[in-house]
Design a protein around this ligand. Structure first.
Ligand code: ZN
Length: 361
């Protein structure tokens, strides 16, 4: 029903772009050809094309960023973002992530799932996991990140086990270890998504779960497409989104690799209504690149950062978080985070893709 309606409205729009031979083959399916969607500057670090693979639907940076380039850009972005967001806003985000963790954990509980051993890739502040721990207090938590500061923060504030590595690096000792693996807003950042998914499969216990969220790639890449289409200029890429997923292609890839879907949907449709991902309007374009200087942020602006050592008790000392009335806490968290409309990601509308997959071994 919704499919027919969207088809009639021509949502999402198709990319009209030149066919090219790629510098590097598609990292998901190995294809050599693709459509040239856009050209982007990742800070002043690298210029790459965004190529959409016609076979698996994934749009990707070509050539891909190296680990060193990613790491430099991520640090510059962290400083840029911290200077842009107030301390108050940052604290609100921590609480928001806690609430999301509570709601997610209750969704598992409703399915009679009680995880014992969790791994999270790229845990950020670690508050999503705190939300899960609030619901499952006995849970054992490990976090994996490339950035030592993130790991130190997670160890100090939450006493999680830490592993310093990229998601693509294969770690033999983690075989069959976890019953829940989480990657929230991570898979759009990894340079080799196939390798990462192989690791998820390897680290998971038989019938373990994999949870991720990632932007709707069609919407996410649209702004870059428009800049290239209207101006034929490079657009600015400050945060390293190197993968732009197609809802159907991602699902098919996961299913082909023994991930079976428990939940798979997109939500937050407001952005679709506003035309992101289908309207060809200049106001929806991405900023034209100025090749922002990463060294300026890394060497100079870093000194402007405020001390962001948050106090956990203070952040979680809000009226509705109470160990004795957990279900009530859950209801308030659910209210804050209600997803009224859920849509099948194969339609490529909505702002974000939510996935929960069971790993068959
Ligand atoms: Zn492909």
């Amino acid at each position: 029903m919704i499919g027919l309606l969207l088809k009639k409205l021509k949502i999402p729009a198709q990319f009209v772009a030149e066919n090219v031979i790629r510098t590097e083959n598609c990292r998901l399916c190995g294809e050599k050809h693709g459509k040239l969607i856009s050209v982007v500057d990742y800070w002043d670090i690298k210029t790459s094309s965004i190529i959409k693979c016609e076979k698996c639907g994934l749009s990707q940076l070509d050539p891909m960023l190296t680990d060193a380039e990613t790491s430099k850009g991520c640090l510059a972005y962290y400083i840029e973002e911290s200077l842009r967001c107030s301390l108050h806003e940052q604290k609100r985000n921590l609480l928001r992530n806690f609430r999301r963790g509570v709601v997610f954990a209750y969704s598992l509980k409703k399915r009679n799932i009680v995880p014992e051993n969790i791994l999270e890739f790229g845990p950020g502040s670690g508050y999503f996991l705190q939300g899960i721990k609030f619901v499952f207090p006995k849970i054992k938590i490990t976090v994996l990140d490339i950035n030592q500061e993130i790991l130190t923060l997670n160890e100090k504030h939450h006493q999680y086990e830490t592993i310093k590595a990229t998601p693509e690096k294969h770690i033999e000792e983690l075989k069959n270890k976890f019953d829940l693996i989480i990657a929230r807003d991570i898979i759009e950042h990894v340079s080799d998504i196939s390798k990462m998914l192989q690791n998820v499969y390897y680290y998971s216990k038989p019938n373990g779960l994999f949870h991720f969220i990632t932007p709707n790639g069609h919407e996410d890449v649209w702004k870059h497409y428009l800049t290239y289409k209207f101006k034929k200029q490079n657009s600015e890429l400050l945060i390293n989104h190197v993968n732009y997923f197609d809802g159907k292609g991602l699902l098919e890839h996961l299913q082909q690799h023994q991930f079976s879907n428990v939940e798979y949907y997109t939500y937050s449709l407001k952005s679709t209504r506003k035309g992101y991902g289908w309207k060809e309007k200049t106001k929806l374009m991405s900023t034209v690149s100025t090749k922002k200087e990463s060294d300026t942020y890394i060497n100079d602006k870093i000194s402007e950062l405020q001390n962001d050592d948050f106090n956990k008790e203070e952040i979680l000392s809000t009226w509705y978080i109470n160990d004795k009335t957990k279900f009530f806490t859950y209801l308030v968290c659910l209210y804050h985070q209600s997803k009224l409309f859920k849509v099948n990601p194969i339609h490529n509308i909505g702002h974000e893709i939510h996935g929960l997959f069971k790993i068959k071994k």
